[in-house]
Design a binder for this molecule. Sequence first.
Ligand code: NIG
Ligand code: FE
Length: 401
Amino acid sequence: MATDSAHRCDRIWTNARLATMAAAGSVERGMIAAKDGRIVHAGPVDTRYDAPELIDCDGRWITPGLIDCHSHLVHAGNRAHEFELRLEGASYEDIARGGGGIVSTMAATRIADEDTLVAYALERLDTLIAEGMTTIEVKSGYGLSTEAEVKMLRAARRLGSERNVRVVTTFLGAHALPPEFSGNADGYIDLVCNDMIPAVAAEGLADAVDAFCEGIGFTPGQVSRVFEAARMHGLPVKLHAEQLSNLHGATLAASFDALSADHLEHLDAVGIDAMAKAGSVAVLLPGAYYFTRETQLPPVAGLREAGVPIALATDCNPGTSPLTSLLLTMNMGATLFRLTVEECLAGVTREAARALGLLGETGTLEPGKSCDLAIWDVERPAELVYRMGANPLHARVWKGL
Ligand code: NIG
Ligand code: FE
């Protein structure tokens, strides 16, 4: 039977079960056809499609390639010593106020050159890729000077050419106060707004702007100035909000139409409502909750009720979440936050794509999207959330290859 041109494509994965994470739901006898790196069919087996390459999936499950929508992947050094101090009773905030924390990673990151930062980040990136991750967001925020922030973002961009992965970058200059600005946080925010953001925007190094709104970070007023500068440069914003206390950062972020507000353990009903109205995604970070032994749970029921989309991410960073597994992140989302399997899977696919403003490009198995797939040796998708420390990835596909 001759195939008409509408059904001719480059590659077909057949005899698969699909978790489309889209309106089509799950498909038992499914097939994906790709052409020029894009999905042209994701649904029941359709024999009208033909391709030079036909891959029999033997009944394996296919999900969208996984997405890590919040990471601090680029950094030097580690904070194992601070981990030991915390085991002896010191708190994360005590350590930060004593000159450790983010500032200690800043010191290590400032002295590392770009190649070194890329090499360190690649180790972590490869671990995530080995679990079917195809898109990652990477933040700056350990340079805290124009030169070092630019270096971090260049390193982050380079990751996207070193591996078959989509890298989205975020400028996080307002992450902590560098020691040379001690006692002058407003002066540092001037530098962030008037020097760093213009420099980063001029080189096209950032896709979004983030900040840390917290007692040990920056005030809502300071964050607001950073967001105004981002807006002037046409950059969308997101925020580390309500992690350790409630400074109403999520409401502020929502007033700037933030892509997401992240952490959110201390989020209240007003913040939930503001996020729902703005369409901002709640990015929950169970690795940080676990590793800092937080006890305040994010308001999952309230978020659900208000229809705020929920994403999950590693928050991979040396201080609060040295985590390089999206599978374990899902397990923690279910076990610690009581998210359903469906919510966990959506959290590292569709909702993570939404949090990055990439839902038109990836995050579900639908025609028109980039053909980003994870093919799994599991009997049912719940196994991806249920196991701890196993990696049932059979194959990973990015942009159809
Ligand atoms: O997402 N909260 C602020 N930033 C990171 C921690 C950074 C660090 O401790 O190095 C976070 O938890
Ligand atoms: Fe973070």
